[in-house]
Design a protein around this ligand. Structure first.
Ligand SMILES: [Fe+2]
Ligand SMILES: [Fe+2]
Length: 181
């Protein structure tokens, strides 16, 4: 057995203990190559001025992430009521990741995290998976646009990373929908 190390995700800034970086960050879903040894952490990389266009885009992204968090929370509870353990686990993991995205945006904007609004969902796994797909698709399109518009290198990378992560989610939903038909 190797020695465990302290690593940090450059996207969500969370710390992780393990021998190797995980294939995906357990907090924000970023690819494993976002992890660096905690000793190499450079906090000044996260201090930069945010332009007006990026501020508005971050606020729009926060809305999306909070809405998706609340939707997945509803879908998670619906799956639990149905005794659907797979659906419960899937929507729970998605809820946690989207909430982590909201937290990362809140940190960038230096604001307090707004309260979650209740978002309705279906009782049915397939319908919630379909809506999840549509929500991820919207997020991907918005973040690709925000990445292009961002004058800050850090935010361009931030939005591009979100596109990658939400694409993972989109593909997961697509896989599930294929199985159902
Ligand atoms: Fe997200
Ligand atoms: Fe997502």
């Amino acid at each position: 057995m190797g020695k465990v190390k302290v690593l940090r995700c450059r996207l969500c800034q969370e710390a992780y203990i393990g021998e190797e970086p995980p294939s995906r960050c357990p907090f924000c879903g970023a690819s494993g190559w976002y992890f660096i040894p905690a000793e190499e952490w450079n906090p000044s990389e996260y201090i930069f001025e945010i332009s007006d266009v990026s501020k508005a885009n971050l606020e729009a992204a926060l809305e999306l992430e909070l809405s998706n968090t609340a939707f997945y929370l509803c879908a998670m509870n619906a799956a639990k009521v149905n005794g659907d353990e797979y659906g419960y686990a899937k929507f729970k993991a998605l809820k946690k990741v989207e909430n982590e995205h909201a937290e990362a945006i809140v940190k960038l904007l230096k604001i307090k995290e707004p309260l979650l609004k209740t978002i309705p969902c279906s009782k049915d796994f397939e319908k919630n998976t379909q809506e999840g797909w549509e929500r991820e698709d919207r997020a991907i399109k918005a973040y690709a646009k925000f990445a292009k518009e961002a004058p800050e290198l850090q935010l361009r990378q931030f939005f591009e990373s979100l596109v990658e992560i939400e694409t993972d989610h989109l593909e997961l939903h697509a896989e599930n929908l294929k199985k159902q038909t």
